[in-house]
Write a protein that binds this ligand. Structure first.
Ligand code: ADP
Length: 475
């Protein structure tokens, strides 16, 4: 099968979250299965062209929209010519993918509208033989609409929703700017949304298949509580909706090969993990490295349960455990966490996005805190398990599907499930209850280590899910 996979971020070129990881690992797995997969993303300013050997592929074209000429230059990876990049100044010439310190860019509708047109123009002009066009999130959701209406293309389209909370909602004047057909598109079963346009809704309405990133989230988003106002649209389209859990790249996230960590380790050479923890505690000036080490890695937004973590700081400071928090996001949380930097000697906080530091944390930690309010899939918990960490998670979305409470499993060695600590109700009482469970388990060194090693052996790779995608493409 020939697949064109379009995404607004792909690891390692540009990444703000899990979408980039998925957009790297799923195409790779499909290629391993013998499929031809082209990936397409914007060639943003911050993509390191030299490091990744991204070169001009000889194609430049103009596209006129609403009386304005837009120029596109097409690039490719010298080492894998199926990795394509689109350069256009409006789309790429700025720092930040979707926003900066002042908020979302005001021209995002135009930017990702242009990207959507360019993806199709590239497919046509390079004469790529494609069976399925796979798009991801709102940034590429206009592609199925354009294929069905303006271009009248026959290829099948699949939309994956990585997070329903982000929909790309814009004033309806962008219909003209992007030359979208009012009659066939600006309607309830199109992209009309409370007299605005909603890019993600366009994807939901016009694509042939929809997937989301876990089975539980596929159910949840059809309810008003998790549906982010699109639950009715999703219920109407439920016949084409399927949940397929994400995997992680076991090449990228591998404790035995990871170049970012001090000591590589594996189930058989587990001592390296303990050395990493000792080194990290020394480096960060954390008390007593025999204590349990809890980490949080993620975006500072209410989705990730940061309110619960902030509420729990007054408990953390009294516990005989160490905590490291790495993240950045909304101003209010950056300030709240920022004001706690250096205040408690058992809590280390780093505001920012730091891939290398995150790997060091996974390699050293005993527990990962992930008390999300909602979680489409979540990758951190799977990455953490790969490094022998036990995730402490709320039972929602993909967390529910990938982490089982260790007390529910009698025969650890014969289970194939990822193990950690789970809690049902999103509040401080049950979060603290889960923490107490973690302390008690950590007190039983033998059992803790068995579970830690067990998690390192759990299969969170893409192998199974890539096959599910392949079956879906063929259906
Ligand atoms: P999201 O909702 O942000 O996409 P996921 O759990 O799906 O959440 O993926 C998050 C990815 O981003 C993981 O690879 C995680 O390690 C990484 N990540 C998130 N925040 C940071 C940070 N501040 N520094 C480094 N890596 C981060």
């Amino acid at each position: 099968m020939n697949i064109l996979f379009a995404a607004s971020e792909i690891f390692p070129y540009a990444k703000t979250g899990g979408l980039a990881d998925v957009a790297h690992a799923l195409p790779e797995s499909l290629r391993d299965e013998g499929q031809k997969v082209y990936t397409v993303m914007p060639l943003y300013n911050q993509v390191d062209r030299e490091k990744y050997e991204i070169i001009y592929n000889g194609l430049t074209f103009d596209y006129w929209l609403f009386g304005v000429r837009h120029q596109f230059d097409i690039f490719e990876n010298k080492n894998n010519r199926d990795e394509l990049f689109i350069y256009n100044p409006v789309l790429c010439d700025r720092w930040g993918l979707y926003n900066d310190d002042f908020g979302d860019f005001g021209d995002n509708a135009l930017r990702f509208g242009l990207f959507s047109y360019a993806v199709l123009e590239v497919m046509i002009r390079l004469k790529l033989k494609i069976d399925v066009v796979h798009v991801n999130d709102w940034q590429t959701s206009l592609i199925p609409l354009l294929m069905k209406t303006r271009y009248k293309l026959k290829q099948k389209t699949v939309l994956t929703i990585h997070n329903l909370a982000y929909q790309g909602i814009f004033p309806k004047k962008v219909m003209d700017e992007l030359e979208i057909d009012w009659k066939s598109c600006f309607k309830f079963d199109g992209l009309e949304y409370f007299d605005n346009v909603n890019f993600l809704k366009a994807g939901i309405s016009f694509s042939d298949r929809i997937t989301t990133v876990s089975k539980t989230y596929a159910q949840e988003i059809q309810t008003p509580a998790f549906g982010e106002t699109l639950d009715e649209t999703l219920r109407v389209n439920s016949y084409k909706l399927k949940g397929i859990v994400n995997g992680i790249s076991t090449e990228v996230f591998s404790p035995s090969k990871d170049k970012f960590i001090d000591k590589n380790f594996s189930i058989d050479e587990y001592g390296g993990k303990l050395e990493n923890k000792i080194n990290l505690c020394k480096e960060l000036g954390l008390k007593d490295d025999k204590r349990a080490l809890f980490i949080f890695v993620g975006r500072f937004t209410s989705q990730k349960g940061v309110d619960l973590i902030l509420d729990a700081i007054s408990l953390f400071k009294t516990y005989e455990a160490n905590f490291v928090i790495l993240g950045s996001g909304e101003d209010i949380y950056n300030h709240s966490f920022g004001s706690l930097v250096g205040v408690y000697d058992n809590i280390h906080i780093k505001i920012g996005y730091d891939e290398a530091f995150s790997r060091k944390l996974y390699a050293s930690a005993d527990f990962l805190l992930m008390p999300s309010l909602f979680e489409p899939c979540g990758l951190n918990q799977m990455i953490a398990m790969e490094y022998g960490v036990l995730p402490l998670v709320s039972k929602t979305g993909g967390l529910k599907d990938t982490v089982t409470d260790f007390t529910d499993i009698k025969d650890i060695e014969n289970s194939s499930l990822g193990l950690g600590i789970t809690f049902d109700e999103y509040n401080l009482f049950w979060f603290n209850h889960a923490l107490a469970k973690a302390f008690s388990l950590y007190g039983n060194k033998d059992k803790f280590e068995r579970i830690s090693k067990h998690n390192m052996g759990v299969d969170n790779s893409w192998i199974h899910s890539a096959k599910e995608y392949l079956n879906l493409y063929k259906s």
